[in-house]
Design a protein around this ligand. Sequence first.
Ligand code: PEP
Ligand code: MG
Length: 818
Amino acid sequence: MAYKFIKWFEELSKEDVPLVGGKGANLGEMTKAGIPVPPGFCVTAEAYKYFVENVKVSKEDIKKILGEKANKGTIAEVLAQAPDEPRILQEWIMDIISRTNVDDSKQLQENTEAIRELIKALDMPPEIADEIKQAYKELSQRFGQEEVYVAVRSSATAEDLPEASFAGQQETYLDVLGADDVIDKVKKCWASLWTARATFYRAKQGFDHSKVYLSAVVQKMVNSEKSGVMFTANPVTNNRNEIMINASWGLGEAVVSGAVTPDEYIVEKGTWKIKEKVIAKKEVMVVRNPETGKGTVMVKVAEYLGPEWVEKQVLTDEQIIEVAKMGQRIEEHYGWPQDIEWAYDKDDGKLYIVQSRPITTLKEETAGEEVEEVEEAEVILKGLGASPGIGAGRVVVIFDASEIDKVKEGDVLVTTMTNPDMVPAMKRAAAIITDEGGRTSHAAIVSRELGIPCVVGTKEATKKLKTGMYVTVDGARGLVYKGIVKSLVKKKEEAKAEAGAAGAVAAAPLVTGTLVKVNVSMPEVAERAAATGADGVGLLRAEHMILSIGQHPIKFIREGKEEELVEKLAEGIEKVAAAFYPRPVWYRTLDAPTNEFREMPGGEDEPEERNPMLGWRGIRRGLDQPELLRAEFKAIKKVVEKGYNNIGVMLPLVSHPEQIRKAKEIAREVGLEPHKDVAWGVMIEVPAAAIIIEDLIREGIDFISFGTNDLTQYTLAIDRDNERVAKLYDETHPAVLKLIKHVIKVCKRYGVETSICGQAGSDPKMARILVRLGIDSISANPDAVQLIRQVVAQEERKLMLEAARRQLFEEEEEEDLF
Ligand code: PEP
Ligand code: MG
């Protein structure tokens, strides 16, 4: 059949980027060059163009598709000003986009979502759909099958170009089966051209929206036994003589997404000597969903393949050389180092190449490492100091968690805002810089816990800093300097040595009446946090533990994997409870806003909220979806049954007494008895909770903890993550202090313990105020525990002195009278 909208890989070459995008053109080019690429075809950019330029849409259609959304914002404006006769889809899209301010993230979200909905809701013209059906049939027949498994990937005509690697910004669907499903996924790919992130990126990179089209690649799936990525030049050292291979079990998604730490092999070109082999513990793998037979799921290697596979070398030495040689061949073909995805097929045991693109971060002229060392400290960027310390290294800019593999040990991670999926890269980083966020943002919290210097809220780090640059970061003052500033790095080393010496001298413990506790979110740092001598954990955050299962937790449970989640949580909680025993550990139930959930695999169905901070989070969501709360309580019960009587449960974002009652009911349902098995408490984060504290106490609580990060944002009406208003964000604002004072007073009356676990607890000024207000404990970040203990001790002594002096004066006054 003569196709109009379909091109087989064999018909394509690297010149065809305008027609089939970078990915499609590359696959064609490699196929032609005899590189073993799984066969397939591209639904060309012409098809997308035909679709948006031929499908006519009326105002009524739009209203029907978008419903309520059509009455609001830009869409309402567009509809009001549009002519009455139907227009082609492209005109509507451009009309919406030309009115969108991409720096207004809410508007950008809403408008791009509307465009995506339109694309998905409108029928694909039969001229295109029929061709896709026919080509899919032909592809299947090549394998003697009715229907073959295919991957459907988007390939934007501005994607994967050497100048701007858009990696991971558009969709990929794996293990798709059947023509209808292929058509559906092609439309989803088209829609993905208009995600908020891709649109923003295009705008910032100066691409003309009206000229960016999208092709969809439909490619036979490799039934992957093992897979990974390879760089034909060492991306860490820039050494062009080395090939770096990452390998893991199952589909490559696990490696690309960073869910697994893959094996790493370094091979020398020419001699084909394996210079280095690091065999990693590969806990998880991605496989075809065995239940539905479609799509993919993440499974545990130990269960799926057997425990001995976790630490087994993935590629044999022969295979390492085979993969490396293939890499060399592809690099030679393109004349530039490549970043290649490869896989071994279970069925025929052969090596396949599924993607190749140029490494965009290598410097043209040199082969060796090029570290820029400077004497003079020149500030090139400013933000908020979020985690103290000096860090220096090579910048790696990423926009998405799928890119975290690019961040190597000692790099400076630069991104818009981090999320839990980026933690593996954050751990490797020498410093972290973000565009967005305040001192209580995800980047700030995690980096402090990891002890990595961090600057947040720079507004323009991802624009100003480029991958490959060298910078020095001052995480205390919020400054970024050009190059590796020798004097600063030296000072850091001296300070480290001094701290070691001082630590030895100041070993005598300070005893304070006000307990000084620590905040923990990663069980792996529990030992380190306990070594600070903290009097307990005033906040054990659940978010990291739960989100690091790598899939949306509700989805995870609904797929019948509750037990696995409970097990993992119990393991984390026990680690912390054991490190601190018998000191108390307060576990706070999950509090992740919808925008964080949405970032996770399986998070597509999360509602798009206009204002996630005021939305479905904390205990409100917990009670709406009790399966998660139940899993959390089951995990705690497991730990309690092992004899840990030092655990407390803390509910986030409480605003109504009945929330406490309902949560207790759920705990009892799983056999966890509040007040008996565990202490029971609430966070005071909503002004309402502070104002009605007496009602909350009557419902039955053992303790409260001030979540000043939220209490401040809700009291002052300041989004804590919005750097534009960060200057007005002040936890010591009189209104916030008034609420805190009131709560402490009432709690004292009823014998309820009081604490703080917001970021303000790590601030000496706030700590002094709280000691004076009579708080029972202060929970600080691990790096601040010592300082806060000193401040608390000093303030307590001052208080005692003042009291003694007052008494003395009173006595003297009495004497004067006589
Ligand atoms: C707080 O709100 O102060 C708090 C500790 O919780 P989170 O920062 O997780 O919202
Ligand atoms: Mg909070």
